[in-house]
Design a protein around this ligand. Structure first.
Ligand SMILES: *[C@@H]1O[C@H](CO)[C@@H](O)[C@H](O)[C@H]1NC(C)=O
Ligand SMILES: *[C@@H]1O[C@H](CO)[C@@H](O)[C@H](O)[C@H]1NC(C)=O
Ligand SMILES: *[C@@H]1O[C@H](CO)[C@@H](O)[C@H](O)[C@H]1NC(C)=O
Ligand SMILES: *[C@@H]1O[C@H](CO)[C@@H](O)[C@H](O)[C@H]1NC(C)=O
Ligand SMILES: *[C@@H]1O[C@H](CO)[C@@H](O)[C@H](O)[C@H]1NC(C)=O
Length: 410
């Protein structure tokens, strides 16, 4: 509209200029006419200036609108994106950048929100930030976990949600802190399901281990639901958890494995529970030197052996503390031996069940074991070595198990 107006004025001016070029031997009427035209021209020029000014004003107004709202927003978004990038490379620096540029408030709640939304954030980096040891990060972790709503979810559902919101780091202390916070939150949202947060904590790990046992192709013996139930006896402060509950959790994992972000095939369970193994092995007797086939389970830094896979009570328990392992030659193939280093004749602390049911101390100065294949021998030795080499996480878990299963007596 405005532009059309200008064109019209210019066109008119053009015509007027032609008129003004006529010679000046004019009649008074013509003189008058010319005067009128000149005045008109002046008026039109003024009109043009006014229109030009108006246009400039409107244009600048439009531009200003853009800069105060959009341009500011664009600037902000750019900085947030930069903050996210920084965060993914170095979480602490990223957070610091966002705070210094007023894009994030320096409170544990605001930072927790930011991480919980997680937009554009690498979940490994989120895990690294939440796992940091200092008080402020621990507060953020607390706030982060409290943003999760677990009410009326079963433990597997809650774990699915939790383990998807960041990647659990690989350090024992960090995992311990994070899972402890998780267990507290779960119990807070679902009072009465477990006797204590320790129970919730231990069962969470039992479930993570179950996930690996059931879904990792390297684990050949898939536990049955009965085994899962029996493995979790006594963890509810000395009492048992309802079978239905355990069955549901088992089925849920069986039907759908846990997903973890940034899954590089090196899942948690592999890092932390690698030593867990079970399978058939031959064991040389202590007094009577005969080979007996036994179902061995390596867990909690102990080697348990059973007569049948379905037995509830082991025939024997060998704590691995202070023991060493070595390969040995025997008439049987694929043999290895557990022994006490630097003391040949000392009896290894262990126990076994006699035929009449009495539990007695073992009388072995060494345990000689034969695996069915060379490959299995290697795997067993590797797992036992790892168990012996004191994984701090094992010890934490084992300590809690001891705590919750001893509570019955009180
Ligand atoms: C945020 O606050 C914490 C403690 O409240 C402080 O240690 C930290 O330096 C602050 N960070 C920034 C970037 O201001
Ligand atoms: C997240 O960070 C980890 C570790 O730095 C890296 O291995 C992974 O590829 C990153 N993921 C994405 C989606 O960029
Ligand atoms: C569960 O098992 C699957 C398949 O082995 C694996 O990809 C995933 O990382 C496991 N989840 C956890 C939490 O260990
Ligand atoms: C292992 O050795 C330590 C220190 O010598 C000892 O206190 C502990 O009782 C031993 N444990 C076992 C199971 O023999
Ligand atoms: C243990 O075995 C030794 C011989 O190897 C034997 O002298 C000792 O009596 C046995 N002790 C028990 C309690 O069976």
């Amino acid at each position: 509209m405005v532009l059309k107006g200008i064109s019209l004025v210019i066109l008119t001016l053009h015509l007027l200029c032609h008129v003004s070029l006529v010679p000046d031997d004019l009649t008074p009427e013509e003189q008058q006419e010319l005067e009128n035209i000149r005045r008109r021209k002046q008026e039109l020029l003024e009109d043009i200036q006014r229109l030009k000014n108006e246009i400039a004003e409107v244009t600048s107004e439009i531009e200003n609108l853009g800069s105060t709202e959009e341009r500011k927003n664009m600037q902000r978004n750019k900085q947030v994106a930069m903050g996210r990038k920084k965060f993914n490379m170095d979480p602490k620096k990223g957070i610091q950048f966002l705070i210094e540029n007023d894009l994030l408030k320096n409170t544990s709640d605001d930072i927790a929100q930011f991480l919980y939304k997680g937009e554009g954030l690498n979940k490994t980096a989120i895990g690294d930030y939440l796992g940091e040891r200092d008080d402020f990060n621990i507060k953020v972790l607390q706030a982060f976990v409290e943003l999760h709503e677990f009410t009326d979810l079963n433990l597997v559902q809650a774990l699915r949600q939790f383990l998807w919101s960041f990647r659990l780091p690989g350090e024992a202390q960090k995992i311990d802190r994070m899972m402890e916070t998780f267990a507290q939150r779960y119990c807070h949202c679902n009072p009465g399901v477990f006797q204590s947060t320790d129970t919730c904590y231990i069962l969470s790990f039992a479930i993570i281990m179950l996930n690996t046992s059931l879904h990792n192709p390297n684990v050949k013996d898939k536990p049955t639901v009965e085994r899962f139930i029996s493995m979790n006896r006594g963890i509810n402060d000395g009492g048992d958890l309802p079978e239905d509950l355990l069955r549901n959790l088992y089925e849920s994992i069986k039907n759908e494995p846990f997903k973890i972000p940034e899954d590089d095939g090196n899942d948690l369970t592999h890092t932390f529970f690698n030593p867990d193994r079970e399978g058939w092995l031959l064991k040389l007797g202590g007094r009577v030197k005969t080979w007996k086939r036994r179902w061995f389970i390596l867990t909690d830094n102990c080697l348990y052996y059973f007569e049948y896979t379905t037995d509830k009570e082991p025939r024997g328990i060998i704590p691995l503390e202070n023991l060493s392992i070595k390969e040995v030659e025997d008439k049987k193939p694929n043999c290895f031996e557990l022994f006490i280093p630097d003391s040949k004749d000392q009896v290894i602390k262990a126990c076994k069940t006699e035929a009449d049911g009495r539990v007695v101390e073992g009388n072995h100065t060494f345990y000689r074991i034969s695996a069915p294949t060379a490959e299995e021998k290697e795997e067993w030795m590797k797992s036992i070595k790892a168990a012996i080499s004191r994984d701090p996480f094992y010890e934490m878990l084992a300590a809690r198990k001891k705590k919750v299963s001893s509570m019955k007596r009180h």
